[in-house]
Design a protein around this ligand. Structure first.
Ligand SMILES: C[S@@+](CC[C@H](N)C(=O)[O-])C[C@H]1O[C@@H](n2cnc3c(N)ncnc32)[C@H](O)[C@@H]1O
Length: 249
């Protein structure tokens, strides 16, 4: 009998921000294929009886290609296994969850998406930057730094009154800021870069769009980082001092 693949979000890296459903599935799985960016959730995998395989990719150090991962999912499912495909944040927010689901559907494998808390929202929120606030922009746009240069309508983006949240954008900062400014986005727009959120190495840099590239270079910003562009970043100066996660419940 064919098994099932659960395409599961691991949340932004803290164990207690994993959903209960994800936790149950981790305990129940026969096989877990996980990405690199799962933070403390990696500790929970030790509680599982499953075979655990790290298929994570980090730039320059590819463990498994997307094609190999797709095939592994299908093969394990055909063997009747309960497979958990664990991904950082939410599996369908720039996480290729949709691509993997498509592959499974094409091969007749039942699957389920299990949402996770996306770093796009959680990383800024945890440091005191709510991604929406009624005083600021009425829209919220998530963009990826990868491949977006050619395919994104920068003019529309620059003109839209939206908070822009960029994932996978560290390598594209100069390019991205230039594109936004040359298409009319105010160079004074506040920007936050939150590097290595939910870790001991977390850093928050506050700057403005016109100075973003210089700040990124000077501070040697590294991935992973979430970049927030928009008025809501002003709230950091009001909220961050009191927005803490340093006490036990
Ligand atoms: C491949 S995308 C996956 C996003 C994921 N599906 C989600 O919903 O959070 C990876 C990007 O997410 C962001 N990211 C994920 N975890 C992060 C963290 N702990 N701190 C800062 N950025 C993070 C970075 O922009 C990173 O390059």
């Amino acid at each position: 009998m064919v098994g099932k693949v659960y395409i599961v979000g691991a949340g932004p890296g803290r164990k207690d921000l994993l959903t209960l459903r994800a936790y149950e599935l981790i305990k129940k799985a026969d096989v877990i294929l996980h990405d690199e960016l799962i933070g403390e959730v990696a500790d929970l995998l030790k509680e599982s009886k499953a075979e655990v395989i790290n298929v994570g990719k980090r730039s320059g150090r590819h463990r498994k290609s997307q094609e190999e991962i797709n095939e592994m999912l299908v093969e394990f499912a055909w063997k009747g296994k309960i497979v958990v495909r664990l991904k950082g944040g939410d599996p369908c927010v720039f996480g290729r969850g949709g691509e993997e689901a498509e592959y499974l559907a094409k091969h007749g494998i039942p699957f389920e998406f299990v949402p996770g808390i996306s770093s796009a929202i959680a990383v800024p929120e945890a440091v005191g930057i709510p991604v929406t606030h009624r005083r600021y922009d009425p829209a919220l746009v998530f963009i990826t730094g990868r491949e977006s240069r050619e395919r994104l309508n920068w003019k529309a983006l620059a003109e839209l009154n939206a908070t822009i949240v960029v994932l996978m954008g560290v390598g594209k900062i100069p390019d991205m800021s230039e594109k936004l400014i040359e298409n009319g986005k105010d160079s004074e727009t506040p920007v936050a870069v939150i590097e290595k959120g939910f870790s001991d190495e977390q850093r928050v840099l506050i700057t403005k769009l016109g100075e973003l590239a210089e700040t990124a270079e000077r501070e040697n910003i590294e991935a992973p980082a979430v970049i927030v562009i928009g008025g809501v970043v002003e709230l950091y100066s009001i909220l961050s001092e009191f927005c803490r996660d340093d006490e036990e419940l």
